[in-house]
Design a protein around this ligand. Structure first.
Ligand code: SF4
Ligand code: SF4
Length: 164
């Protein structure tokens, strides 16, 4: 059985490499004269959105204790499985975290932990300068989480969906 060949009629202006090259060069030249956006980091920094989700913070009570009551919600919802919680209980039956760690390297900064926390204890924060020399340095324990001082991320507000 003979094989039929369908010849497509493509106008030269649609397949010309010269046209595409000129268009690409035009775009390049346009950017030569556009405002420059290079920032001289770290002397200069971009302002972060109020809803920026970065390095975590654990908030504390007036007495300096972590507000976490070890309910277990945040490690349950965490899609990256990067929160380690070992709960403890004092003589009055109050729960508290014996161990609370977040692997900032594994975290995808979705903000779920902040959203589910019934005590508003754990927050993602408006902070991103957390480079380390070793992977282990990214595992933040309770002491390190409570000692963070940067501002925390604002929750999404349906009344102001674009955060303006
Ligand atoms: S921000 Fe998301 S991925 Fe990171 S610790 Fe919280 S729940 Fe897990
Ligand atoms: S959701 Fe909040 S209170 Fe519950 S374990 Fe996580 S940080 Fe602690």
């Amino acid at each position: 059985m003979p094989i039929g060949v369908k010849v497509l009629d493509r106008p030269i202006e649609d397949v010309s490499y010269i046209r595409a090259t000129i268009k690409g060069m035009g775009l390049t030249f346009k950017h030569l004269f556009a405002d420059k956006v290079t920032v001289q980091y770290p002397e200069q920094k971009w302002g972060l959105s109020p809803r920026w989700r970065g390095t975590h913070r654990m908030l504390t009570t007036e007495t300096g204790k972590a507000k976490c009551v070890a309910c277990g919600l945040c490690p349950t919802v965490c899609p990256a499985n990067c929160i380690k919680l070992i709960p403890g209980e004092d003589e009055n039956g109050n729960r508290y975290p014996l161990v609370f760690e977040i692997d900032e390297f594994r975290c995808i900064f979705c903000g779920y932990c902040q959203e589910v926390c019934p005590e508003e204890a754990i927050h993602v924060g408006r902070h991103y300068e957390n480079s380390e020399y070793s992977r282990a340095g990214f595992v933040y324990d309770l002491e390190r989480l409570t000692s963070q001082t940067h501002p925390v991320c604002e929750m999404w507000d349906p009344e102001d969906p674009r955060g303006e």
